[in-house]
Design a protein around this ligand. Sequence first.
Ligand code: ZN
Length: 199
Amino acid sequence: MSGDRGRLRTAALALAFGLLTAAGLVLAAGPFPGRADAYTLHGFRWNRSVVGYSVDDARIQPYADNAMRLWSEPSMLRAEPGGSDIRIVVGALLAPILYERQPAQANVQHSDGWITACEVRLDPSSFFDLEEWARQAVLTHELGHCLGLDHSRLPSIMQSPYLYAFSDDDAAAMRSLYGQQQALGVRFRFVVLGLATSR
Ligand SMILES: [Zn+2]
């Protein structure tokens, strides 16, 4: 009986020691080293704060609206439906096609470091063969390219070509490109200044 109790105490101590060691290792390593720099950028961005986008197929509109809302929310960039800066078209992909049954591609045009136009092409068969969540993910990914983001090595990030989930790193990338969303007062001042200068 006392032997059992002894073994139990030893086991409890070993467990406590193990937990403390694990906690120490986590603290020493930091939660996710390097995550703040996980995203990568093309080196280009739009030189304006409002970017318009349009679709040539009504089936695409909800996906486009969701994606542009996700991308624009963290930063000062505003996405305006109906504009023609970014065109999303359903049609055969252009060369180079990177892999078989590639569902989509983004063709980013730029000049002097600024993005001047972007066309996202969605393959009429392989894009619509995807499940709904994957269509959303693929279009969001391609629109990320249209806003200046490149692929990332980390799998937990929207811009990874392997797994899609919008993350803090994607938001950080947008803020670094288009500025931090300011407090309400600051935005209000911008509006007043805009009205004053437009007269
Ligand atoms: Zn990509």
